[in-house]
Structures are given as structure tokens and as C-alpha cells.
Design a protein around this ligand. Structure first.
Ligand SMILES: [Zn+2]
Ligand SMILES: [Zn+2]
Length: 535
């Protein structure tokens, strides 16, 4: 049996693991790669997936970094079944259409820019039509009901306690008379999360593929998080400015509404501070949450039964249209604005950040993980300015990072979950995490449980045989192509030398022309200083 790591290997996005066994080839998850331009190139390099040769997909949950590349694979020829839970299917039908719309808009925007430079237009990564062609392939499966996609393979989805309908996936693979159990943790939820149940306990596995997003830290607790949210609200209310919350449309948004519902009940949300849910996607997701009450936790079900709706509050306004969304930014006075995307890289949130980041007294509240290379990460890491819509925006608003809302287990919760396994010689693969976080967790696992731990890289292949030593094949030239710093910096030196050699020519120009050149050089210098300060 062979596994190939197609993504979320030493990164948190692009989850996809292709398994080959018994002459079949299938994959767990099909996530989009998100981050900087270099990471996102992987979305286009689709041949490495060999979409025609994949028999079926098992999808853990509806987050785009686990499912967002499905329409791309369908566009390139995949036609097999896609197994997932009923809520995940419904959520994906909304999420993938939205993602396709973003892809189309981005391609259009870039094409227009390229046309102005006389270059050819770009195609979208995938279109809404590709997304729609994906929907008939879904086959729904319930939690805790094993099923056999082919003889010699049994699959069981279990509640991951992460977002509505999210699953961990157990696989029993029989090959040449040997049976091995694989467990893919998916994203492991944080125990005691609002809305969903705690993650299922797993006891046995020969090979465990475990997420490690928060492998090096714990979350603050929920009560602190509520206090911090209340603090941001009080701060911007006093300054008559806005609280802007970039949030994933799915789960996080519903948890924020739930939290605002609690704050409102406790008198900590001013009655004259409207709350805008400015995301058509989040509005649709909220409706799906209301439909699948069976998949919510006991507390929430009890609340709903008693007639209290934790997904509502009197100040809440849904803004569907672009006009309504734009009106929020021309409106004076304090307000809470929840908008997507969660890492501030796409969607309406970019407009809200452009209008509020530079305003003293405003608050920007980050409630989710910010991947390397995203606008959100830059702001959280303390950048003084960020580029939004080709404009450098100063950051004067107060930045809050509240990670108690996380839908991921923190370090000690991951360790506790792992502590339930009883299989000796279990081999652990850490996936879905940044390398620093994975190394910290790997050290801890080896010390406490004595399990062998592996941290696979992008496109790495591994042959699995229970009880035998692993054979790994790495492709470092693809996973991390060498960057020739000597060449790049030499080029910069040569450019500077040429500029200096032309000093006399510059001085011979008219004064007005010289000021033009001066400004261009100063601009270059500022860029250079900014880059140096970020290293
Ligand atoms: Zn997730
Ligand atoms: Zn994830």
C-alpha cells in the first residue's frame, strides 16, 4: 500500500492524500492550496494528481482547504463518487459555488489587467459550471456506519467535532492477506466547542495521519475569548468606530454569532451597535446549521428546544447585496462587521479592511488561524502597512487575536486525544501544520508515547506495511525548489552599479525630469528597506 502526500504537508492547506492499494487508487480530501503565489501554483499543477486515475474521494469536511480543489479535478476528468456526510454535502454545494465565483472574478480581474499590457487572458482555476458538475458525484454516508467502496476496503466516518458534519476517517485495508488500519484525523475539533460535539475517541490504528495545526501551543480558554471580544466591542463603541471580524463563513461565523448572543444576554453588547453578517455564503451556511440540528451538540439542541435561538440576536442584520455591503462603509457610528474570508485574502472583508484598518479607534478581531503569506497573517504579525487592492494601507486600528474560538484542538488537547490509542508500534504521520509546530509536537509525542513520528513533505511517497520499516521517497526538488539567492542578489548589485554609472547622465537632465527619477529611486529604496525589516 502506498500513500502520496499531495498537500497539507509541512503547510496547513491543500489537504489531499492519495492511497494506492489492491489495484485501486483513491484519495482522502481534495483541498485547495492557499497562501502566497508560490504555494498557490500547486492548484494549477493538476497533472500530479492524475485525476483520471482516481477511483473515488473521501472528504472529511467542507472547509475549502480540504475540498476546494474538487471542481478542478472534475474539470480535468475525475468522474468517480465523492463520499461525505449529508451536512458536508449541503455545505459543499454552497462553498464550492462561492469558491468558483471567487476564482472567476480573480481570473477576470487579472485578465483585464493583462489585456491592458497586451497579454493574453487567463482562465479561471475552475468555474461555477465545474462546481455544478461536481454535485451529482456526491454520495452521502452517516457517522459510525462502515461501508465498503471496494472489496478489501472498509471505511467509517466518525464525528471529528470540528465543524458541522466534519469527520475523521477510519480505513481497514486488506492486501495480500495483511489487514492494516489507517486513521485520518481530519481536523480534530476543540473539546467543549460551541455548536458541535467533542471529537470522537479513537483507540486503534496501525498508521495515524494526524493534523498538527496547533502542535506548538494551547488556546486561551473560551471565557477569556468572550472577554476579549467584549473588550474590542467596548473599545470601538467608545471611539464610535467599527469592529471588523474576518471569519470563515462556516462554523466560525456561527460561533461568533453564538458568542454575540451570549454577550447580548449579559448586557455586554450595546443595543445601538448593529451587527452585520456581511457574507451571503455565511448566511446560507447558517441556514444549513438550522437544518441539521441532529448534528449539533446537546447544549445547542436543548437551547433550540426551549425556543432560544443561539444563532440569532436582535441587532443582527444580514447584508446580501453589494449595495447593502457598501452602505456599511458609508454609515457613521459603531458597528460589528463579520465578513469573509477568514484570512482576509478574498471577498468582502478586503473592502472593510481598506475602510477601517487605518482608523484609530477601530478594531480588527482575528478569530481563526492565519496561514503564512496571507494578509491576515501579516496584520497579526504586526506589519505597519498591508497591500489591499494595490494600495498600501496603514494599520492604526487595534488588532485582537482571539484563538479561543478555534475549531482545532490545541497542543495538549491533541496529546490527550492521541493518548487514547492502545496500538503498540503505531506509526504517526504529522500533517496539516507548519513545520515549527510539527517539530514541537513530534518531540513531545516521541517523549511521552514513544511512537515513531514522521513529517512528510509535499509530494512525498511512502510504502506502508504493518510492522515493517517505512520506505519513503522524497522529491525535494519539487517540494522546495532551490532559490538561487546568489544570482538574485548579484542581479540587484549589477542593476545598482548601472544606475550609479548613469549618475552624470541623470544630472545632465532637466530638474523636473530629475525629480521624477529621484522619486522612482526613493520608492525602490523604501521597498528595499521594508523587505529588509521583514526578514
Ligand atoms: Zn477544517
Ligand atoms: Zn484544515
Amino acid at each position: 500500500m502506498q500513500i502520496r502526500f499531495m498537500g497539507a504537508a509541512r503547510t496547513v492547506t491543500g489537504s489531499c492524500y492519495i492511497v494506492e492499494a489492491n489495484g485501486h487508487r483513491f484519495a482522502v480530501d481534495c483541498g485547495m492550496h492557499q497562501g502566497n503565489a508560490e504555494i498557490e501554483k500547486r492548484n494549477w499543477d493538476i497533472d500530479v494528481y492524475e485525476p483520471n486515475a482516481i477511483d473515488f474521494f473521501l472528504i472529511t469536511h467542507a472547509h475549502i482547504d480540504h475540498s476546494g480543489l474538487l471542481p478542478r479535478l472534475v474539470k480535468k476528468g475525475f468522474r468517480g463518487p465523492i463520499y461525505t456526510t449529508p451536512p458536508t454535502k449541503d455545505l459543499l454545494e454552497v462553498m464550492l459555488l462561492d469558491s468558483a465565483h471567487i476564482q472567476e472574478m480573480e481570473a477576470l480581474w487579472k485578465s483585464r489587467k493583462r489585456a491592458r499590457h497586451g497579454e493574453r487572458r487567463l482562465e479561471a482555476l475552475y468555474t461555477q459550471k465545474d462546481a455544478e458538475m461536481t454535485f451529482p458525484l456526491f454520495k452521502t454516508v452517516s457517522y459510525n456506519k462502515p461501508f465498503p467502496p471496494f472489496p478489501g476496503l472498509e471505511v467509517c466516518f466518525r464525528d471529528a467535532g470540528h465543524i458541522l458534519g466534519a469527520a475523521m476517517i477510519e480505513l481497514w485495508i486488506e492486501e495480500n492477506g495483511n489487514k492494516a488500519k489507517l486513521v485520518f484525523s481530519g481536523d480534530v475539533g476543540r473539546p467543549a466547542q460551541l455548536l458541535v460535539e467533542d471529537p470522537s475517541i479513537e483507540n486503534t490504528a496501525d498508521f495515524l495521519f494526524m493534523e498538527s495545526t496547533y502542535g506548538n501551543r494551547d488556546h486561551k480558554n473560551e471565557a477569556d475569548s468572550l472577554d476579549e471580544l467584549a473588550e474590542a466591542i467596548a473599545y470601538s463603541y467608545k471611539n464610535r468606530e467599527k469592529v471588523v471580524i474576518p471569519a470563515f463563513a462556516l462554523e466560525r461565523t456561527q460561533e461568533i454569532i453564538y458568542s454575540l448572543h451570549i454577550l447580548n444576554k449579559n448586557g455586554r453588547l450595546p443595543v445601538d451597535m448593529p451587527v452585520f453578517l456581511d457574507s451571503p455564503l455565511a448566511i446560507k451556511a447558517t441556514e444549513i446549521f438550522r437544518r441539521y440540528t441532529d448534528y449539533l451538540d446537546k447544549n445547542t439542541r436543548a437551547m433550540l428546544k426551549s425556543g432560544e435561538n443561539p444563532l440569532d440576536l436582535p441587532q443582527l442584520h444580514f447584508t446580501q447585496t453589494t449595495q447593502e455591503s457598501m452602505a456599511i462603509n458609508t454609515m457613521n457610528g459603531p458597528a460589528v462587521v463579520i465578513s469573509a474570508s477568514g484570512m482576509a485574502d478574498a471577498g468582502r472583508i478586503k473592502h472593510h479592511l481598506r475602510h477601517n484598518l487605518w482608523r484609530e479607534g477601530a478594531s480588527i478581531v482575528f478569530v481563526g488561524f492565519q496561514a503564512q503569506g496571507t494578509t491576515g497573517r501579516k496584520i497579526v504579525d504586526g506589519a505597519e502597512t498591508v497591500r489591499i487592492f494595490s494600495e498600501e494601507i496603514a494599520i492604526k486600528a487595534k488588532i485582537f487575536t482571539i484563538n479561543g474560538f478555534s475549531a482545532h484542538a490545541g497542543q495538549s488537547q491533541l496529546m490527550e486525544w492521541l493518548g487514547n490509542f492502545r496500538t503498540r508500534n503505531m506509526q504517526v504521520f504529522l500533517i496539516h501544520g507548519e513545520i515549527s509546530s510539527q517539530q514541537a509536537l513530534a518531540d513531545m509525542i516521541k517523549k511521552r508515547f514513544n511512537f515513531p513520528v514522521f513529517i512528510p513533505d509535499y509530494l512525498e511517497e511512502v510504502t506502508l506495511k504493518p510492522g515493517e520499516e517505512l520506505q519513503m521517497v522524497e522529491y525535494p526538488e519539487k517540494a522546495a525548489p532551490r532559490i538561487d539567492w546568489g544570482y538574485i542578489l548579484g542581479d540587484l548589485d549589477a542593476g545598482l552599479a548601472q544606475l550609479r554609472a548613469r549618475q552624470a547622465q541623470i544630472e545632465a537632465k532637466a530638474w523636473v525630469e530629475q525629480t521624477d527619477i529621484r522619486d522612482k529611486v526613493l520608492e525602490l529604496n523604501r521597498g528595499l528597506m521594508k523587505t529588509i525589516s521583514e526578514i
